[in-house]
Design a protein around this ligand. Sequence first.
Ligand code: XUL
Ligand code: CO
Length: 434
Amino acid sequence: MTNFFDGIEPIRYDPSAETDLAYRHYNPDEIVMGKRMEDQLRFAVAYWHSFAWEGGDPFGGRTFDRPWYPQDSMEMARAKADVAFEMFALLGQPFFCFHDADVRPEGASFAESQRNLEEIVDYFGEKMEATGTKLLWGTANMFTHRRFMAGAATNPDPDVFAWSAATVKNCIDATKKLGGQNYVLWGGREGYETLLNTDLVRERQQAGRFLQMVVDYKHKIGFDGAILIEPKPQEPSKHQYDYDVNTVYSFLKEFGLEGEVKMNIEQGHAILAGHSFEHELAMAAAFGILGSIDMNRNDYQSGWDTDQFPNSVPEVALAYYEILKAGGFTTGGTNFDAKLRRQSLDPVDLIAGHVGAMDVCARGLKAAAAMLEDGGLEKARGERYAGWDAPKNRDMLENGTLESITERVLSEGIDPEPRSGRQERLENYINRFV
Ligand code: XUL
Ligand code: CO
C-alpha cells in the first residue's frame, strides 16, 4: 500500500451522501435497458493522463509533484502502477487503458524498452488479478518521442516504419497477454505539417499496409479483441489522415479492412472535426463500425483538445442514445481520456474528476434509455420519412430513372408541400429527459 490516497474511502453509490466523493447516479447493479449499469457503461480509466501526464502546457512545465517522478526507472514505473491500481480499487470502475510509453521507462535500445514493457505487463497482470480490474484496451504511444516527429507508419524514413511495426507488435502482445478487449490505433502524428514536403499518396499507402499487417497479426496470434482506430482531424499534426469516421471508413474500404476494424470515437475529436459527438457515433453505427468511446470534452472557448472530464448531461445523453440505439457496447466501453486541470494538484482531485464524470455518464445513460423506451424521437423520425413507405416511392428509388420520374412529376402533377421539421418541439422533448 502507498499512502498517496490516504484518508480516501472506496467510493460507493449513495444518493444522499454528505461527501462529494460518492456516486449519486452511478449504481453498478441498477438495470438499464436489460443490463447492469456497469455493463452498459463499461468505464475505463486512462492510465496516461491520470498517472503519466505531469501537468505541463505549451507555456510551462510540470505542475504536479508525484512520488513516482522522475518517470525514468522501473522502480518508479512500479510505484506508479501501485498508485494506479489503488485508485482503480477506490473507484471500482471495471477497466483501464494504457500506452506502452506511459507505463514503462524508455530503454537505451528497442530491446531494453521491450523488456521494460514485458516486466511491467507482468506486474500489471498480478495487480489486475488482485483488484479485478480488466483491460479495455492497450495502445502504443507513437507520438511523444522525437523519432516519431514525422509520423510512425507514415514516416518518410523506413526505419521509423519498422520501429513502429515492432512497437505495435509488442503492444498487441501485451494487450493479449492481459486479456485486453480491444487494441486501439490513434494516428498521433500520422499526418503532415506542410504539403510542401509531403507525398500524401505514399504516406496513405504506408498507413494502409501497416493496418493490414496489424489485422494479419491479430488473426495470426488469435487475439480476439477488436482493432479500433481513433479518428482526429488535427493536433498534433496540422492535418491527420484519420480525420473523422467518414474519412476512416473510406480508408478502410480502400484497403479492404472495413469488416476488420472499428472505431474508437472521442467526443473532443468529433468537435475538432466540426461534428457533434452524436453525429460521429451515428455515422459509425450506420457503417457497422461503432466500437468504443473516449468520453472527454474540450474547452469550447479555447478550441483545443483539452481532454477534460465530461460535465454536461444533455451532451452525454445524446451520445448514449446513439450507442443504446445501436445495441450498446460489445467489446467497447467508456474510456475517460481525460486529465486534470494543471492547478488540480491534490490526489483527491483525481478521484473527484472520475467520480463526477462517472455520475454525469450514468445520468446521461438513464436519460438516453428513458428516451429510447419512450420512443418519441424514433416516432417523429419515422413520421418524417413516412412518404417513402408508399410502394410507388420505394419503386421510384429502386428502379426510377430521371426520365421515368419526370413523367411521374408531370402526370401526377407533383407539387411538394413543405412540412415543419419540428426542431424546437424535438429539443423540448429531449429536455423532458435530461
Ligand atoms: C489523443 C488521444 C489519445 C488516444 C490514445 O488525442 O485521444 O490519447 O486516445 O492514444
Ligand atoms: Co482519446
